[in-house]
Design a protein around this ligand. Structure first.
Ligand SMILES: Nc1ncnc2c1ncn2[C@@H]1O[C@H](COP(=O)(O)OP(=O)(O)OP(=O)(O)O)[C@@H](O)[C@H]1O
Length: 749
């Protein structure tokens, strides 16, 4: 591929009402500029007051209204294509917190159309696998989170995380060739798009659960989702291994801030040291004649070593939030990108010989060398050849003699015993042949089968003749049968039979699999309320957060919490959309079934028609048989039309299925988030209530430990609250009452 600069793109996040202070000029293909305009009221103070606008060059700049689909097509698709051919690729998003890195890399949490680069790339890769039958592909994924210089495996199936530290720790190892290996990072195989997406959602859910209000993981951690692809042509010893890193970096505003105009102001505190080290690596790489690149300073730069100045096709997306208050961050993001654009990588094809085949090959070579050595040193085995060895050698000699190829050789190995036996055996065969010749000549040169042959011989030949006749009869009847079968097959092919519908498009299978999915959706109640019977993964996540049982009070509080939950609108929207898609897919499925039945009917009619015409042929009217049949032609055309319809309906149904699965995963994630937010809120409320009620409760348990009693909690409610005497349960009850009262007040009730 040769040395190539890292490609840089920029994407501007929608600014809402505020007008962005920038302009974009997309010039010729592969070049555009983004100009950030500093408003006058900001042109003193912390921003350089000499310049009013800053122009940055990018491969392409995507404005606020650009859709996720376009981002995938323009940025990720070319990288995915080269990864499919065996090159490594990296796409990383860099920008300040909230500028749209996660949105670009993973996607939005609300709409199917908001899917980001990762799910779209997975879909694209699996689609390409399906199209290329010349190779065998395997795909694995890994998902690494780096937080405070520690790596965590987001996909480990053995661990249930409730905090980041519960996840397996990933460490870096370097081999003598300076290749980086990540210890403890699991590689999970995905056989299809659905499995790969489930892994992505598992990782995202783990990431979300592990984050606490104090540690907004998405802001302060880096996440690297890696797709590993292996491809091999059947029978070939060469394998290609490539990987694609899709990187969502931590918010960049905590990196050193530099002033406009290149004057460096005091560096801000490095909360996120690794971004600082990333910048150091970029600076070092951009400098000519710099021999030492400080990759080892941080885990992230070590992991991305190949992506920066190594064997990789790398692309950077600078995400920008170009509002007035973010102007300095936007400028520093663009500056960072300009430096990145100076780095050159050299992507090479990652092809190697399959180690398994290599071992077989080397073993053979070793054996051949051992044999040769034994010949040269004269170290031969002394024992006799076994019966089997003798039979084998004789077979080999027989095959050798029968082989008409003058160049053929006798591969007997370097075993002197076998070689000696071969010569002895050949001598024996030669002697026997000589004897036969002598015998024949002593009989007066009469050849067997001549007129002077014995009657026995004649009988033998007659029997042989009879046997051959029988064989010929059998063969003729087989031939007839075969001919009939071929004719039938030709008729089928010449008609627009269902055979041309690929087996993967078998309607029944698809419909039943789609319906199977829907059935599980419907029975799970996802369409009714938030009580979704989750897939196993998120179900586990749910229990991880809530524990198995919720007290009645807690459940009631949960219901109220849900009613007021800010994400409720998007959840409701998605539920409605899911319902709608479900209905669409159901009716589409029925339609597909109808078309399929219709095709089968038409096929039956064509066959019927042919049988009738064949019958006419048998009864003598052969002319009719050879005539063009307009009715059949019409049936064929109709069938052709129905097949086209079938394929288009089927594809539509397949897309709907993908969308439904995605929506289902979004809803499941929303549910986990809701549970998590509720738990945080609930424990805060409980702690608060407990601290207020501790004193009376202690007194009560001292005096009337087992008697239920009532207290007047006038601060909380006008009615007496029945308590149980158990401090934990009572704290729960009081927290709930308090929470309800808070919510009521908030709602103005
Ligand atoms: N292009 C866009 N179109 C619509 N919404 C967007 C876009 N980019 C970002 N958003 C929205 O802006 C919010 C912040 O985006 P996002 O979480 O992707 O930022 P981020 O850069 O990853 O932040 P952090 O560094 O905290 O992880 C999200 O609600 C996201 O949905």
């Amino acid at each position: 591929m040769g040395r190539q600069e890292i490609r840089i793109f920029s994407r501007v996040k929608p600014t809402g009402k505020e007008k962005g202070i920038y302009s974009i000029g997309n010039e010729e293909a592969g070049s555009s500029f983004l100009e950030v305009v500093v408003p006058r009221d900001l042109s003193d103070g912390f921003i350089n007051n000499k310049r009013e606008s800053y122009k940055f060059r990018f491969q392409e700049t995507f404005d606020q209204d650009v859709k996720q689909e376009t981002i995938f097509d323009r940025i990720a698709k070319p990288v995915a294509e080269s990864v499919l051919t065996g090159y490594n690729g990296t796409i990383f998003a860099y920008g300040q917190t909230g500028s749209g890195k996660t949105f670009t890399i993973t996607g939005g949490a609300e709409r199917f159309s908001d899917r980001g680069i990762i799910p779209r790339t997975l879909a694209y890769i699996f689609e390409q696998f399906g199209k290329d039958s010349s190779k065998v592909y395997t795909l694995h994924v890994s998902y690494l989170e780096i937080y405070n210089e520690c790596g965590y495996d987001l996909l480990d199936p053995k661990h249930e995380a409730s905090k980041l530290e519960d996840l397996p720790k990933v460490t870096i190892m370097e081999d003598p060739d300076q290749n980086i290996h990540l210890k403890n990072l699991s590689l999970q195989q995905a056989r299809n798009e659905e499995e790969a997406l489930n892994l992505l959602f598992l990782g995202d859910t783990n990431r979300m659960i592990a984050e606490t209000p104090m540690n907004q993981a998405s802001t302060r951690s880096h996440c690297i989702f890696t797709i590993h692809i292996t491809s091999k042509e059947p029978g070939s010893a060469m394998v290609r291994r490539s990987k694609l890193h899709l990187v969502d970096l931590a918010g960049s505003e905590r990196v050193a801030k530099s002033g406009i105009g290149g004057q460096l102001l005091t560096e801000a505190k490095y909360i996120n040291l690794s971004l600082h080290y990333l910048e150091q690596v970029i600076i070092a790489l951009a400098e000519k004649n710099r021999s030492h690149i400080p990759y080892r300073n941080s885990m992230m730069t070590s992991v991305l070593r190949d992506s920066l100045g190594g064997n990789c096709m790398t692309t950077m997306i600078a995400t920008l939030s170009v509002e007035k208050r973010n102007i300095d961050e936007s400028i520093s993001t663009c500056r960072f990108a300009q430096r990145v654009a100076l780095i050159k990588n050299e992507a090479i094809l990652n092809e190697e010989i399959d180690p398994q085949l290599m071992i077989v090959h080397l073993r053979k070579e070793i054996q051949a060398l051992k044999d040769e050595l034994a010949m040269v040193t004269g170290e031969q085995r002394a024992e006799e050849l076994t019966e089997e060895e003798i039979v084998r050698v004789e077979q080999q000699v027989g095959a050798f003699l029968e082989d008409r190829d003058p160049e053929s050789t006798l591969e007997i190995g370097a075993d002197m015993r076998k070689i000696t036996y071969c010569f002895a055996f050949l001598k024996k065969l030669l002697n026997e042949q000589n004897k036969e010749v002598i015998c024949a000549s002593s009989l007066g040169n009469e050849r067997p089968g001549s007129s002077a042959a014995q009657p026995q011989e004649i009988q033998k030949l007659r029997d042989l003749l009879q046997q051959r006749d029988n064989e010929i009869n059998i063969l003729v009847s087989m031939l007839k049968k075969e001919k009939k079968r071929t004719q039938d097959r030709l008729l089928e092919i010449s008609s627009p039979g269902l055979n041309s519908i690929p087996s993967t498009l078998e309607g029944r299978d698809v419909i039943s699999s789609v319906e199977g999915g829907f059935r599980s959706l419907a029975s799970s109640g996802v369409l009714d309320e938030l009580e979704i019977r989750s897939r196993e993964q998120s179900f586990n996540s749910f229990h991880r957060i809530t524990g198995n049982d919720m007290s009645v009070g807690r459940q009631e509080a949960f219901e109220i919490f849900k009613r007021d939950y800010p994400d409720r609108v998007s959840i409701e929207d998605n539920k409605r959309l899911l319902k709608q898609r479900f209905a669409e897919a159901k009716s589409l499925g029925e339609e597909v079934n109808k078309v399929r039945t219709r095709i089968n009917q038409l096929k039956g009619e064509v066959e019927q028609r042919r049988i009738q015409r064949a019958a006419l042929g048998v009864s003598g009217s052969t002319d009719e048989l050879h005539q063009y049949d307009r009715v059949e032609e019409e049936l064929r055309l109709q069938m052709e039309e129905e097949k086209k319809r079938y394929k288009s309906l089927f594809n539509h149904l397949k897309n709907l299925k993908t969308e439904i699965e995605h929506l289902q995963l979004l809803l499941e994630r929303a549910k986990v988030k809701l549970q998590k937010d509720f738990e945080v809120w609930w424990s805060q409320e409980a702690a608060h209530a407990q601290s207020k009620q501790e004193v009376p409760l202690r007194r009560q348990s001292e005096s009337t430990s087992k008697i239920h009693y009532q207290i007047r909690a006038s601060r909380l409610s006008d009615s007496p609250i029945p308590l149980t005497g158990d401090s934990q349960t009572d704290a729960d009850i009081l927290a709930f009452v308090r929470a309800r009262q808070n919510l009521m007040q908030r709602k103005g009730k």
